[in-house]
Design a protein around this ligand. Structure first.
Ligand SMILES: Nc1nc2c(ncn2[C@@H]2O[C@H](COP(=O)(O)OP(=O)(O)OP(=O)(O)O)[C@@H](O)[C@H]2O)c(=O)[nH]1
Ligand SMILES: [Mg+2]
Length: 224
């Protein structure tokens, strides 16, 4: 698949994404990396309350991994999605529209310990149902903490997505927090923990913008 100079080989038999090359010198690359003009639409507590959408990308990951911060960085906005030092801030499926009929959904984080077990399992059910039943969903971005991930819960989520044949990509967050001297080793470890090669993981930092242009291009392709 060739789109605006980016060669894309979408996913393997498990729906995992592989071998994406984005060459910034190619014509059209600048357009692909422009800030995503995301507009907040609504927050839903169940799948049938979601907006009409032709195509959709979901952002999932452990609580506090940086999902909402990443959406703000992709949109180049400070407060589009609420971020917080307190884990568990995002409790609903927060929907952001891109263009006419594409949607990006910020999901509640998993593994947030300070709420009741019943509450946690009801969020998890909501996310699982959403991921399984949402027809327009084309890609699930699984955010993994670049410093410490993947955690056992991340591995469980990746296994579950794979078992259910849902297309997904691993995005490692907080690149700025990994010291330069440790990066290559950390990249190998994180990828291996996810059952991937280092080149299959997109590293980003919402804090300093590392990888954000590239991910914007990929999100555009996934929503095309
Ligand atoms: N250093 C650094 N900190 C980050 C980065 N991204 C997010 N953070 C911080 O991590 C914390 C959690 O970020 P959020 O974006 O709210 O995380 P979340 O995944 O949306 O969390 P929940 O909504 O609770 O699931 C905040 O204190 C952010 O400032 C990053 O790239 N670098
Ligand atoms: Mg959040």
């Amino acid at each position: 698949m060739e789109v605006h100079g980016a060669a894309v080989d979408f996913h393997d038999e498990f729906g995992r994404w592989h071998a994406v090359r984005c060459d910034d010198d190619e014509p059209g690359a600048a357009d692909m990396s422009a800030a995503l003009d995301l507009r907040f639409v609504l927050s839903a507590d169940r799948v049938d309350a979601l907006p009409d959408s032709r195509t959709e990308v979901a952002v999932v990951g452990r609580s506090n991994v940086g999902k909402s911060s990443l959406l703000n960085a992709l949109a180049d906005r400070k407060n589009l999605a609420n971020t917080s030092k307190t884990p568990g801030r995002t409790q609903l499926l927060n929907c952001f529209q891109l263009g006419e009929d594409a949607t990006v959904v910020d999901c509640p984080g998993y593994g947030y310990a300070s709420v009741s077990k019943a509450m946690r399992s009801s969020w998890q059910r909501m996310i699982d149902t959403y991921l399984l039943e949402r027809k327009p969903l084309t890609m699930v971005l699984v955010l993994v903490d670049g410093e410490i991930g993947p955690t056992p819960l991340d591995a469980q989520m990746l296994d579950w997505l794979q078992a259910n044949g849902l297309p997904h990509s691993v995005i490692a967050t907080k690149h700025d927090k990994v010291k330069a001297a440790r990066r290559e080793k950390r990249k190998r470890e994180l990828a291996a923990g996810c059952g991937l090669l280092p080149a299959d993981v997109v590293w980003v930092s919402a804090a300093n913008g590392t990888g954000i242009d590239r991910l914007r291009g990929l999100v555009r392709l996934w929503l095309a």
